[in-house]
Design a protein around this ligand. Sequence first.
Ligand SMILES: [Zn+2]
Length: 281
Amino acid sequence: MPPDPFFAGPGLDRADALRADEAAIAALAARPDARELKWSDGFPELTPEGRLAWRSCESAELFLGLNGETPCFCSIEEPNDSAWSAFPLLAVLAAEEAPLFAAALSLSRWHSRHRFCANCGAATEVIRGGWSRRCPACSAEHFPRVDPVVIMIAEHDDHLLLGRQPQYPPGRYSALAGFVEVGENIEAAVARELLEEAGLEVRVVTYLASQPWPFPSSLMIGCSAQAEGRELRIDTAKLEDARWFSRPEIAAALAEGPDAPFQPPPQAAIARTLLEHWLSA
Ligand SMILES: [Zn+2]
C-alpha cells in the first residue's frame, strides 16, 4: 500500500459520544482552555511554522473534537472554495495538522452553504455540535456531504496514462479523475471515467489509498487500472491532452529537474502519492 496521502488521518478525537449532549458541549466551550480556530482569507489561519492558529473560544458553533483534553471549536465562515488559492498554504501546512484543516474547512463550508432545508425550504438549525442540521418545520435531518471522486492511474506495459485539464498550470499532467455517480461502485466509476475521457478500456481495478480533499468536500479514492491497450480517444471537452509516460519519464518528472518531461501534481495531491507509489513498486 502507498504511504498516507496528505490530509489523511484522524486529526483529533472527534468525540462523537459528546455531540448529542448540548449541555456537555456548552460546558466544554466555557472551559478556559477551550480554543477556536482562527481564519484568514477563507481558510484556517496558519502560523509561520505551518501549524493551525487558535484563539480562545468565542462562537463555539462547531465542535471539532478533543485534542488530548483540549476542546477544539470552529466558527461558521464563508470559505474560499479554490484549491488553487490554497496551494501556497498547503505547501507550508504541517502534515499532522492537515486532517483537522480539511475537516474544519469542509464542515464550515457546508454550514455556510446549507442553511435551508432541501425538503421544505425552511431555515434549519445546527445540532450535534455542528455535525448535522435539523429542520424545525418538517423534522428532516441533514448531514455534511462527502462527494466521492475516483482518481486513477491507468497502466499498460510499464507506462502510465496521465492527462491535463485546461485549468492546470503549464506543463502539468496528473491522474484522471471524476465523480462517482449514483448507482455506481468504485470499479465501475474508474472504468467509466477512463472510457469517457480517454476512450480507454480497462480491466482489474485496484484500490490503493484515499484522501479527503476539502475543496469543497471530496473524498478522493485512489485506484490503479490495467488498460487493454494504448489507443486513446480523448474527450477534449474534459481533457486538453492525455498521453502515456514511461517509467523513466515519470521518475524524471517527480525529480523536478531541468529535464523533467512534465510538471507533476503538487505534494498535497493524492495523484502525487499514486505516482510515487507506482514508481517505487
Ligand atoms: Zn424541512
